[in-house]
Design a protein around this ligand. Structure first.
Ligand code: 1HN
Length: 341
């Protein structure tokens, strides 16, 4: 097919007349907007090493008091998008947040959804929608859109967690804003809903759109070990779901925990959503097709763009590896864009 006409092919007076009326010719940009067969990605396979960022995060604790930060976070930014965009992928924001003993990150609520994956330290808690939730290593804690949340720390060591938000897509939609609040009155946390039970009231279904806000690592890890006992199961992976509806825990990003047996290699298909891999325990090699070979140790985090095959491997012959995975699949499925190749 002939090459499409370029902007430079058009006379300047015509281009000026178009601009003056806020008009733009499509054909010079058509191929860039719709590349053949596969999207053009800005997202680059990127690794953020915990041992590299940890001292800088602790130094932020010395340089900037919590009152001057509200949230003391170093953002894990993807250079393919430009660091100033503060995004890991089209829909995923990642940050490492530090809370020091005695500190308080005040209550607010906002439209983007957040989750926290606790990386190190004990004694911190986050209060979400009035429920005081302990933060222990590997726990996944949800802060769904619109719910009040604040963080406190009664322990003695720094606490660090990974924040995962759908911020870039909410900003893109011009739907991102926050409201500050005061300390929340506390109520008893909802019980973890196992065994096919859920709270109900007569004549009324579903008390809460987000009935479970904390997924303890202890339980997720034990469930992965139990799944792994079935040697025929290749992919040992658990999705974090809303126990009331069986749907994804949040609406835009998806979350799962994955176990690699000692020596296991797992080839993931190329899928349309971008994904983030974070090591909770052990080590994992992450091969991003055509782009990168990362060696991840404990607490390391990397991302892979969409439409790209990924291979995961646990080189340890003795220890399993446990990964936390965040991806854009709920959004892709809702939009009808989800693909596996
Ligand atoms: C936020 O509210 C938190 O509440 C963390 O801990 C990171 C990044 C962007 C926007 C809001 C938090 C955030 C955030």
């Amino acid at each position: 097919m002939d090459a499409l006409g370029r902007l430079e092919d058009l006379p300047q007076d015509y281009r000026d007349a178009l601009s003056a009326q806020n008009l733009v010719p499509l054909w010079p940009s058509l191929r860039a907007l719709l590349p053949p067969h596969r999207p053009a990605a800005q997202t680059r396979a990127t690794l953020w090493r915990y041992q590299g960022l940890r001292p800088l995060l602790l130094r932020a604790g010395e340089l900037t008091p919590i009152e001057r930060a509200e949230r003391r976070v170093l953002v894990l930014a993807n250079p393919g998008h430009g660091l100033e965009k503060m995004q890991a992928s089209p829909a995923i924001y990642l940050g490492m947040q530090l809370l020091l003993p005695g500190e308080w990150a005040p209550a607010h609520r906002h439209t983007p959804n957040a989750v926290r994956m606790v990386v190190e330290g004990t004694g911190a808690h986050t209060t979400v929608d009035g429920q005081k939730l302990p933060m222990e290593r590997g726990d996944l804690i949800l802060t769904p859109t619109g719910l009040w949340h604040e963080h406190g720390h009664d322990g003695t060591e720094p606490v660090v967690w990974l924040d995962v938000l759908d911020l870039p897509v909410v900003v893109y939609l011009e739907a991102s804003y926050h409201v500050n609040g005061s300390r929340q009155p506390q109520r008893a946390p909802a019980p973890a809903l196992g065994g096919g039970l859920r709270p109900m009231r007569f004549f009324e279904r579903a008390a809460h759109p987000y009935p479970l806000l904390r997924y303890p690592w202890r339980e997720a890890r034990a469930a992965l070990e139990a799944l792994a006992a079935d040697a025929e199961r290749e992919c040992v992976q658990l999705a974090y779901l809303n126990p009331e509806t069986g749907a994804d825990a949040l609406q835009i990003l998806g979350f799962s925990a994955l176990m690699l047996r000692p020596g296991q290699m797992l080839a993931l298909p190329a899928r349309s959503p971008a994904a983030v891999f974070h090591v909770i325990e052990g080590n994992a090699d992450v091969h991003v097709d055509g782009q990168a070979d990362f060696v991840l140790g404990e607490a390391d985090t990397c991302c892979a763009p969409g439409y790209t095959a990924v291979r995961l491997a646990n080189r340890s012959a003795t220890r399993p590896a446990f990964l936390f995975v965040a991806d854009e699949s709920p959004l892709h499925r809702k939009l009808g864009l989800y693909e596996e190749r």
